[in-house]
Design a protein around this ligand. Structure first.
Ligand code: C2O
Length: 463
């Protein structure tokens, strides 16, 4: 059993990262057609041969092989977590074997980067081994990262850990932790809470190769980021009253990878629900295994579909184009006729926990737009702005999910922000206006000239 360790808790003199760096350099020497090469592994996530990051990477595999093994990353779908877990595990085996072949230790495991660890003053910064020296002699370095330090907002786990169901389904249900239920689809449209933040926000802030799924896995830090995302899946389960999908359309779904000898292998989601059973098994430092859920509780969780109908209380009627400046959308809160639910109704039952979800539907666009931070009813003087923060929309992979293709519809992404707590607070403030909610959408940095974002509809739903 391997232990994946916290990269910031490796002891002085620990060689986990120096061996990783050597293995990366070795894997980069292998031709792209070799499944054990750095490029092949990254292409399995996504490849864009026109990107500068892929220049000089050819010759490439033939189209049949590319269709089978490349561009397989699962995003905005309930396969996000299991697919990336499989992907990491096979990658880890290949790196570990490379290290052994180079004369290194036999127990190498992928470390994780816990950027949300508030007890670590360095947590938000990429571990220095990845940035220093900043040149090709360092296997962990890559050109083009735009930022080495994440923003505090990027790494908030609040929304992700609050989700109780694994899969939300569109606007009719509470948003899920792990992404919307889909049939096979590389880029579905319902982004899970964990995938949205911190997963997408971290990708975006580092940017460069990491900012785009077509190049992300070329950055060695990608793998430590994903080890952390994978760890958070376990952390979420450990909170209790939470289970993985039980449908066979998830459990029996298979994906293809290569083993350490470059042979094709298949893996089902059901094989990766417990990290101790994935290949030779692994655990995460400081993360206990979830206590088994009592049978009767499991039965309840299994059958409770989390799709309690939510009702719409407000929506925009035009598309919203984002720019480099902040965009403020005034949501009229009058409920449409025939709908019972309204915020006034909410006020009458203050004790009942009422969920309120802010949706960003059919978000489409081009290029790599900035992360958008969303605030509600920010006072004009912007004082104490943080307490009006609703969440961030990373837009990671936006172009891929906006482009109709083999495995995706092109209808864009769908983000759901759980604003229950914030709305409860806003309603108690003196300036509360029950007819209007101001949604302010603020880019975290300037929009590149070749980037654009269009939000199909912003809507507010409540129980
Ligand atoms: Cu498949 Cu973080 O990306």
């Amino acid at each position: 059993m391997k232990e994946r360790k916290n990269v910031y808790k490796l002891s002085a003199g620990d060689e986990t990262l120096s061996w990783y760096a050597k293995a990366v350099i070795e894997m980069k020497k292998r031709p792209t057609k070799d499944p054990r090469s750095w490029n092949y592994q990254a292409a399995m996530h996504n490849i864009d041969k026109t990107s500068p990051f892929w220049q000089g990477a050819g010759p490439f595999v033939n189209n049949t092989e590319a269709r089978e093994f490349w561009d397989q990353c699962q995003h905005n779908t309930w396969f996000f977590l299991p697919w990336h877990r499989m992907y990491l595990s096979w990658f880890e085996e290949i790196v570990a074997k490379t290290i052994v072949d180079l004369g290194g230790p036999s127990d190498w495991a992928l470390p994780f980067w816990d950027y949300s660890d508030t007890s670590n003053p360095h947590a938000l910064t990429i571990p220095s081994a990845f940035t220093d020296p900043g040149n090709d002699t360092n296997g962990l370095w890559i050109t083009g990262r735009r930022r080495h330090t994440l923003r505090k907002l990027d790494v908030s786990l609040k929304a992700a850990l609050r989700a109780t169901s694994f899969s939300g389904s569109g606007v009719t249900a509470l948003p899920g932790f792990g992404g919307g239920e889909t049939s096979f689809s590389n880029h579905g449209s319902q982004t899970g809470q964990l995938e949205a933040q911190p997963h997408g926000t971290v990708h975006n802030t580092i940017n460069g190769a990491m900012g785009n799924p077509y190049t992300a896995a070329l950055d060695p830090v990608f793998w430590l980021h994903h080890a952390n995302i994978d760890r958070l899946w376990q952390v979420w389960l450990n909170l209790g009253h939470r289970i993985n999908p039980v449908k066979s359309s998830w459990l029996d779904f298979k994906f293809e990878f290569h083993d350490v000898d470059g042979h094709k292998v298949q893996m089902k989601c059901s094989e990766v629900v417990d990290t101790r059973n994935v290949l030779s098994g692994y655990t995460y430092q400081d993360v206990p295994q979830a206590a088994p859920i009592p049978k009767h509780e499991f039965e309840v969780l299994k059958t409770s579909d989390f799709s309690m109908p939510l009702e719409i209380v407000a929506a925009t009627n035009k598309k919203v184009n984002l720019s480099s400046a902040k965009t403020v959308v005034h949501l009229k809160l009058d409920p449409p006729p025939k709908k019972k639910a309204s915020l006034a109704f909410m006020e009458k039952a203050p004790d009942k926990p009422q969920s309120t979800i802010l949706h960003f539907e059919n978000v489409t666009g081009k290029g790599v737009p900035p992360t958008q931070d969303v605030y509600l009813n920010v006072p004009d003087d912007e004082g104490n702005k943080e307490s009006f923060y609703a969440g961030s929309i990373s837009l990671f992979g936006l172009e891929a999910s906006s482009t109709p293709g083999l495995h995706h519809s092109g209808s864009g992404q769908h983000y759901a922000l759980d604003v229950t707590e914030l709305m409860n607070k806003l309603r108690t403030l003196p300036n509360w206006n029950e007819k209007q909610l101001d949604v302010s959408i603020e880019p975290a940095w300037e929009m590149d000239n070749d980037a654009s974002v269009k939000i199909g509809r912003i809507s507010l739903y409540t129980e």
